[in-house]
Design a protein. Structure first.
Length: 263
């Protein structure tokens, strides 16, 4: 995800409208968000998270008060983010559920949350979706991670890093596996485990057949090739095991251990 432009109105610490061009800031490489306490640094990060997922991280996400206390009565709380997601230039405009003045009469009314997802193609913006669930699924698919994963790794709230480090090892492994694409290594491990089990089963079946047909005890350790041909492992350099088939008139196999002739 590469953000290009952010605009927030009546959101968090900002009673009015603020707009940031990340392309201008990033033209020289890394940039730092700096300011005094209460200046709105966290609000900018919250606005990015809200635009993408409709929620903000940390304890602030447990409340539904995203509208600024400093906003004018007629101002509409809204966040708009332009960003490249999954190689596509997208624009997300999102409004939270909020109280606004009635258009007619006195008092206020509750305005439901809204979203507009657009894509820049062919030199202009084209609507992708205005449905909340549909747009959220499209954004999550482009991001390749859930809101919780995004807030844990990309926009980790202050004081939450220790919580991530002390999280359950299985949860952290799943998150890192998804982020860094290590699932292919897990797939290889599973494939090798299945191959090992299948090979062991082949060896046991072959040993039982040989032991049963010859009436002798279980032979020495065996290994198998992908062709399912069995090769005995010699116990010393002076002994070797050979498996031969009987003549055409005989159907069972027999075990023959030959010992080199002494001089």
């Amino acid at each position: 995800m590469r953000p290009h432009r952010l605009r927030a109105t009546a959101f968090g610490a900002f009673g009015g409208t603020v707009e940031i061009s990340f392309d201008d800031l990033a033209s020289s490489g890394l940039f730092l968000l700096h300011g005094e306490t209460g200046a709105g640094k966290t609000t900018l990060l919250d606005a990015i998270g809200f635009a993408l997922y409709g929620k903000v991280p940390g304890e602030r996400g447990k409340t539904r008060r995203l509208r600024s206390d400093h906003a004018a009565p007629g101002a509409v709380t809204e966040v708009q983010l332009e960003a490249t997601l999954g190689g596509r230039r997208m624009r997300v405009t999102r409004r939270p559920e909020q109280e606004r003045a009635k258009l007619r009469g006195t008092g206020t009314t509750t305005e439901q949350a809204k979203i507009a997802l657009e894509e820049f193609t062919g030199g202009s913006w084209h609507a992708v979706s205005t449905r909340m669930g549909e747009a959220d699924l499209e954004i999550a698919d482009l991001m390749g991670m859930s809101a919780d994963q995004f807030f844990q790794v990309v926009l980790l709230p202050q004081g939450e890093f220790a919580k991530f480090l002390h999280a359950d090892a299985g949860d952290r492994a799943k998150l890192l596996q998804r982020l860094f694409g290590t699932d292919r290594f897990h797939a290889v491990e599973e494939w090798l485990a299945r191959l090992r089990k299948a090979t062991a089963d082949d060896v046991r079946e072959s040993e039982l057949r040989i032991s049963g047909s010859s009436g002798t005890s279980r032979p020495a350790a065996w290994t198998t090739r992908a062709t399912r041909a069995l090769i005995p492992l010699s116990a010393s350099s002076t002994s070797r095991a050979v498996v031969r088939r009987r003549s055409a008139s005989q159907s069972s196999t027999w075990w023959n251990r030959s010992v080199p002739n002494s001089r």
